[in-house]
Write a protein that binds this ligand. Structure first.
Ligand code: BTN
Length: 332
């Protein structure tokens, strides 16, 4: 109902629409309309009211609200459905719960493109079982559910796809970050974006993928916990001004849709090509720490293979890194 009321207010542009007209068109009472208007005001919409003319929308909040994100989004798949929340533990957890609700024989295609977004996360999760700092009002924390017709081994490639999509959205906003293998987006050696991909597969195909993306939008360095103040950054720090979060998220969703369609129609070749172009890892001396206490070694990152794994040239030959922690070693 709230989004229908917003639609009517937006149609009126700078003008007014009466409570009576809205009530009639939506099949509810004028009191119900008034209550919804109050709720919209409480969530940050500036709506004028005039005793004779009715209501007029003056200002929309830059909040992670489904109604704001869908307005003018213009995508076909990504963001077909958007669910927004104030505070959650983790948008990936919420997305997975929504998937589980569908049951074992669920219609996964129906979930394709679902976006779960929250203003803040109390238990934001990162790769390698790390936590991810996600405070209210300053960042963009969301999960995109995909139900692609891909084989299970293509799930990691979707992570690279997401990194390319977010990088390109940033370029539209005048930022030129790089991608650190596999999927951190960095600027000047500091982390701007983290991506956590979780997948559930049958033996021969992916059932669904949850792409969890955390973007440091409008934090100052002092907003970050001390232990990451030397390694994190935000878009506003780089640009010197706040980023409109809703507009930026829309750009990210459009870019994700573009690359998702490319992957479905042409395969991951073009995704890899773009990933290599934006990579800051290629050609660098790196230290690799294997997952779960795995072996540690150094070498030069030379390429990614057809699975998206990192190829590292060492004294013993080229090694393939499927997962792990890769840090770029400063040049001496
Ligand atoms: C990483 O840096 O290792 C990945 C971080 C991924 C964070 C995002 S924020 C939205 C989604 N929900 C989570 O709990 N994690 C991802």
């Amino acid at each position: 109902m709230r989004s229908k009321i917003l639609d009517l207010l937006r149609q009126a542009g700078d003008g007014y629409v009466s409570g009576e007209e809205m009530a009639e068109r939506l099949g509810v009472t004028r009191t119900a309309v008034w209550k919804h208007i109050q709720e919209l005001r409480n969530s940050g919409y500036e709506i004028l009211s005039h005793s004779r003319n009715g209501y007029s929308l003056r200002e929309s909040p830059d909040s992670m609200l489904a109604s704001e994100i869908s307005h003018g989004l213009g995508t076909e798949i990504v963001g077909r459905k958007i669910q927004s929340f104030g505070e959650v533990d983790s948008t990936n957890n919420v997305a997975k719960k929504l998937i589980i609700k569908k049951g074992p024989e669920g219609n996964w295609e129906d979930m394709d493109g679902l976006v779960v977004v929250a203003e803040s996360q109390t238990g934001g999760r990162g790769r390698l079982e790390r936590s991810f700092f996600s405070p209210a009002g300053k960042g963009i924390w969301f999960s995109l559910v995909l139900a692609p017709p891909f084989a299970p081994h293509e799930a990691p490639k979707c992570t690279l796809m997401a990194a390319v999509a977010v990088t390109e959205a940033m370029r539209e906003f005048g930022l030129k970050p790089g991608i650190k293998w596999p999927n951190d987006i960095v600027f000047g050696g500091r982390k701007l974006v983290g991506i956590l991909t979780e997948a559930s597969c049958d033996i021969d195909r992916i059932k669904h993928i949850v792409l969890g993306i955390g973007i440091n939008a409008n934090m100052e360095i002092k907003d970050f916990p001390e232990e990451i103040q030397q390694t994190a950054t935000s878009m506003s720090i780089i640009k010197g001004e706040d980023i409109p979060r809703v507009k930026f998220l829309q750009a990210v969703l459009r870019s994700l849709e573009h690359w998702y369609k490319v992957a479905m129609e042409e395969g991951f070749g073009p995704v890899f090509e773009a990933w290599r172009k934006y990579s800051v890892t290629m050609g660098q001396e790196v230290r690799v720490i294997g997952v779960r206490g795995g072996e540690e070694f150094t070498g030069r990152a030379v390429d990614i293979d057809s699975y998206g794994a990192l190829l590292v040239e060492t004294d013993e030959g080229v090694r393939t890194v499927m997962a792990g922690d890769v840090s770029i070693r400063p040049k001496s």
